[in-house]
Design a protein around this ligand. Structure first.
Ligand code: ZN
Length: 287
């Protein structure tokens, strides 16, 4: 959604299905579902905003909290995948009675962003964690690393049975040439809006939410996309990862009569290799 005068652009996403899939794969506890869900939502929006079909974005959050590192990767269509180092963390609700995402993520560390355009050097940026609540950290990344005034909202509602009830987010950015009062107007509108997860839960569509965010800017719909949780792992990629290992370790693995297994961090798919397959791999590698 873009303002008629081109001064502001808003990307809004209902990521309920995407985050629900992440919870099913990783069996995350409620607070990690919220933390990872927010990061996946942000990555999906940032990915969809990239130009170029082969582009991707990796967002890594490492605040030394009990959830460990959180990683989300998205392609330029907005399809995303991710994981948390420690998927099960139990924390009491914070003083607002909400899931303590900041407590799970931690605040002693960095938010890192890698934008890979499929050619040339990837763009890399890193900022100290601002709050550990994810949305503020994304805002801080854009302000410091890309110098783009940004407002970001991310939210995940988790049901008592740990399934995902609603998830979504939006990213509003002021474009060069925006009027001096544009930032104030945006902040005022956004400040008066209910939490994003609540709006999604009340069945507001991303278009309706984006129109509300850009209220007063005469918003126009630019594009609509469907996104999903999507992993890109293949057996060939696992083989390449094996070949990148220390050769002695790989030879040792090939001696194990039970064979070896590798599990994809992003989708938990298990790839099994027999000793014979590993020996063929070793043989081909020496060619
Ligand atoms: Zn996978």
């Amino acid at each position: 959604m873009i303002a008629a005068d081109g001064s502001a652009v808003c990307h809004c996403l209902d990521s309920t299905d995407l985050v629900a899939r992440a919870e099913q794969i990783h069996r995350t506890s409620a607070v990690v579902t919220a933390a990872l869900g927010r990061l996946l939502t942000a990555a999906s929006i940032m990915g969809a905003a990239l130009k170029g079909e082969n582009s991707s974005v990796t967002v890594r959050l490492n605040g030394k909290g009990p959830a460990g590192s959180l990683i989300a990767v998205a392609d330029s269509a907005g399809n995303a995948r991710g994981y948390a180092q420690n998927p099960v963390v139990e924390l009491p609700l914070n003083r607002y009675g909400k899931l303590d995402v900041r407590g799970a993520v931690g605040t002693d560390g960095f938010l890192g962003v890698i934008k890979d355009f499929g050619f040339g050097e990837p763009y890399m940026g890193q900022v100290p964690i601002a709050s550990g609540e994810v949305a503020e950290d994304i805002t801080s990344y854009y302000a410091v690393s890309e110098q783009i005034p940004t407002v970001c909202a991310l939210g995940v509602l988790v049901n008592p049975d740990l399934t995902v009830r609603a998830a979504g987010g939006y990213l509003v950015q002021l474009l060069p040439g925006a009027a001096d009062d544009a930032a104030d107007r945006l902040e005022k509108t956004v400040g008066a809006m209910p939490p994003i997860s609540q709006m999604i839960d009340r069945a507001m569509t991303p278009e309706q939410i984006a129109r509300r965010v850009l209220d007063g800017f005469e918003p126009e719909l630019l594009e609509e996309k469907q996104v999903e949780y999507r992993c890109t792992c293949t057996r060939e990629r696992v083989e390449r990862a094996f070949l990148a290992m220390n050769r002695a370790d790989l030879e040792e693995m090939a001696q194990d009569p039970k064979g070896s297994e590798a599990c994809c961090h992003f989708c938990n798919k298990v790839y099994h290799f027999t000793p014979e397959e590993l020996k063929i791999l070793l043989k081909n590698a020496t060619k």
